[in-house]
Design a protein around this ligand. Structure first.
Ligand code: BDR
Ligand code: CA
Length: 327
């Protein structure tokens, strides 16, 4: 069946902000979420999959297929972000969600993604909000698929600001640098949504209270969960950097996929460092081309988001999650 809205596929490691991104995608009238794949990242693969199923159940979207993918990065180390997302990936909130009636699909993430891209050539926007392991596996088994995506929106990396897990590295890319390097080198039409913009869209207590102001009714469970998740996520950031508001990394990636006018972006040559002792997992984007377009000749570029209309993004996220208009 052809998609009705903007067809989306989310590849995620369902922690707190992935959950908020999923709820935004499910409730956004412009979007049609066609499928979800999961990857180890913020938490173990099984937790990411279970969290995804429960979030979809909460959103009344339990029929959307969920395909588990990679339980570990391509080469080394199992990532986790327990200090931000807790052991269950949802800051201890997983148990508050409805039990999922849906079960994970047997087809592995990479295979399902290949099939979805081939079924809708040029139509499907893939949004990756976790380590890029599943995407790297998909392009390894089907080298034609990068050319079949409408766009691949990657939440990851930092172009002109410091990293969040190291001086220069961001969590998603550094959790599987080999996968990230392979994906960025392949001909996906990549839109990179990194810390340069996600750290500008921060929500906390004010927004949680606005979500709780939703009038009583059957649709209230989603805004109430979003309020609780925002508080848990903001508390983790307060412990980390003293700011009582949490950056909307993954929800912003979905929002940009649907509405690129939220950001100012530039085509930059970019690659992921896999060897550096201090910079493994770093996105190295060549900003010199902004002043020297001659340096672009013959080089692979991706679209890097450099600035964002933060008030517009905040307001769209809030009202889509269910806050009253004008919140
Ligand atoms: C990214 O890392 C994860 O912890 C978040 O879910 C987000 O995808 C931000 O660096
Ligand atoms: Ca994530």
């Amino acid at each position: 069946m052809p998609p009705r809205g903007h067809a989306l596929w989310l590849d995620c490691d369902t922690g707190l902000d992935d959950a908020l991104a999923l709820l935004f995608a499910c409730r956004c009238s412009d979007a049609e979420l066609r499928g979800v794949s999961t990857v180890a990242g913020n938490c173990a693969l099984d937790a990411a999959t279970e969290n995804t199923l429960r979030i979809l159940e909460l959103a009344g979207a339990g029929r959307i297929p969920v395909h588990p993918g990679a339980a570990a990065p391509l080469v080394a180390g199992i990532p986790h972000a327990r200090e931000v997302h807790g052991i269950d990936g949802l800051g201890g909130l997983a148990g508050q969600l409805p039990a999922a009636r849906g079960r994970p699909r047997p087809e592995p993430a990479a295979v399902a993604l290949v099939k979805a891209l081939r079924a809708h050539p040029g139509r499907l926007s893939v949004v990756a909000t976790g380590p890029l392991t599943n995407l790297a596996l998909a392009q390894a088994i089907a080298p034609d698929v990068p050319g079949l995506a409408r766009q691949l929106v990657v939440m990851g990396g930092a172009v002109g600001v410091p990293g969040n897990v190291g001086p220069a590295s961001e969590f998603n890319l550094s959790a599987d640098p080999e996968a990230a390097a392979a994906v960025l080198a392949a001909p996906w039409p990549i839109v990179q949504v990194g810390l340069d913009v996600t750290l500008q869209v921060r929500l906390g207590e004010t927004e949680a209270a606005a979500l709780e102001a939703t009038p009583t009714g059957p649709g209230r469970a989603v805004p109430l969960f979003c309020a609780t998740a925002l508080r848990a996520y903001a508390a983790a950031y307060r412990r980390q950097d003293g700011d009582g508001r949490a950056p909307m990394h993954d929800p912003l990636a979905v929002a940009v996929a649907l509405n690129p006018s939220l950001v100012r972006a530039a085509q930059l040559p970019a690659a992921v460092e896999t060897a550096g002792a201090l910079t493994r997992g770093m996105l190295v984007a060549d900003r010199r081309v902004l002043a020297r377009p001659d340096l672009l000749a013959g080089r692979r570029t991706i679209q890097c988001c450099l600035d964002v209309d933060a008030p517009a993004a905040r307001s769209w996220l809030l009202t889509t999650w269910g806050a009253p208009p004008g919140a």
